[in-house]
Design a protein around this ligand. Structure first.
Ligand code: NAD
Ligand code: DAU
Length: 360
């Protein structure tokens, strides 16, 4: 009954992770007529605390489960009459993909395939044939490989993934596109650059440096610190995804980027200076830049990423709202104001929250 008033019933996968949680919150705040089903396995990267404030929202349902579980997905699609998928769930950390690629192949490739099958069954084979249906696959600029000193990735750039993570994402992108060309599944793909902001797991550069910097621990910089990333505030990424879901052309890919290239050393030094300013110098009287430690480089470390985001700007009118200065100020403030969140992640107690909430 209630569903009649709902403009969309969205299956968000990986909604307890960094970008997924920011996306779910944005939807519940801005789209009163969307119902959100968050399917998350709660791996080490999934944290129920990230959505604690919206867990009782009437348009929100959390389901703990694996995107590789075909029966679970089939039941969810038919029970909830899902008409939109926003697919974040993935193993997302490049370093982990180098030491243990198997999970990346399983979740990123097999999981995406299983999700495509569920959508195809519900939307095409079972005849839902709803014009409104959309399957948005959230992907990465890393599928394009590594740039030299100049140039940008466009949607026409050939795929050249170089880590097990990016190869698994490239593979899933190809599968998603194949379901459009072969079966006519209404897919969309977004390829985004490096995100930063609240709720990012402290294995990634910015939260890792903030956490270590607050505690006066070493700040590891891989190689010479000259690798360049194109940083985007997570809220901007989430707003771009909403626009692509609502206005993107079926079968199309859209690059999303921050127009904001920085090398890693620049980012780490900036964070050191911001912490010094907000917290004072270290107890030793030294500035936090003294914690910077150059360590062994990441294997196969891509040198530079930079996104040409003209297509999404021209077609959908999306450009980032936050400058790096604004986004990083909000981010540093958030981590300083949410040290309990960081502590529960570091001591592992965040993983007990599911049992506390759901009793198993
Ligand atoms: P994250 O690692 O913070 O979160 C991943 C989420 O997926 C977690 O909640 C985890 O529990 C869940 N998950 C993992 N395996 C699952 C499975 N088998 N079934 C169900 N849930 C599962 O990741 P993130 O940084 O938020 O990235 C989200 C997506 O965006 C990924 O697809 C990633 O490739 C893509 N992306 C990330 C960035 C970035 O800078 N972080 C940039 C571009 C694209
Ligand atoms: O470009 C988009 C990608 O950005 C996403 O697809 C990935 O999911 C996301 O993790 C991110 O990948 P990166 O490998 O670029 O992010 P990470 O934060 O791990 O590293 C950023 C840069 O900082 C990279 O050049 C490696 C470097 N680095 C990282 C860590 C964790 C360090 O120098 N020291 C560190 O301790």
């Amino acid at each position: 009954m209630k569903k009649k008033n709902m403009a969309k019933t969205v299956l968000v996968t990986g909604g307890c992770g960094f970008i997924g949680a920011n996306f779910v919150r944005l939807i519940l705040e801005t789209r009163q007529d969307w119902r959100v089903i968050n399917l998350d396995k709660l791996t080490y990267a999934g944290n129920l605390h990230n959505l604690e404030d919206v867990s009782g929202h009437p348009n929100y349902r959390f389901v703990r489960g694996d995107i590789c579980d075909q029966t679970l997905l089939d039941n969810l699609f038919s029970e909830e009459q899902i008409d939109t998928v926003v697919h974040f769930a993935a193993e997302s950390h490049v370093d982990r993909s180098i030491t243990g690629p198997a999970e990346f192949i399983q979740t990123n490739i097999t999981g995406t395939f299983t999700l495509l099958e569920a959508a195809k069954k519900q939307w095409l084979d079972n005849g839902q044939k709803n014009e409104q249906c959309r399957f948005l696959h959230v992907s990465t600029d890393e599928v394009y490989g590594s740039l030299g000193a100049t140039g940008f990735f466009t949607e026409q750039t050939s795929y050249d993934p170089r880590s097990p993570y990016s190869a698994s994402k490239a593979s899933s992108d190809h599968l998603v596109r194949a379901y459009f060309h072969t079966y006519g599944l209404p897919i969309l793909i977004t390829n985004c650059s490096n995100n930063y902001g609240p709720y990012q797991f402290p294995e990634k550069l910015i939260p890792l440096v903030l956490n270590n910097g607050m505690q006066g621990k070493e700040l590891p910089v891989y190689g010479d610190g000259g690798n360049v990333r194109d940083w985007l505030y997570v809220q901007d990424h989430c707003e771009a995804i909403v626009q692509v879901v609502e206005q993107g052309r079926r079968g199309e890919a859209y690059n999303i980027g921050g127009h904001n290239e920085k090398n890693n050393l620049q980012v780490v030094e900036l964070l050191c200076d911001m912490l010094d300013k907000k917290l004072g110098l270290l107890p030793s009287g030294k500035a936090r830049r003294s914690l910077i430690t150059f360590v062994k480089d990441r294997l196969g470390h891509d040198r530079r990423y930079a996104i040409d985001a003209d297509k999404i700007d021209q077609e959908l009118g999306w450009t980032p709202k936050y400058t790096f200065e604004q986004g990083i100020e909000k981010t540093v403030t958030w981590y300083l104001d949410n040290q309990e969140w960081m502590e529960s992640v570091m001591d592992g107690s965040y993983q007990e929250y599911y049992t506390k909430m759901y009793g198993k």
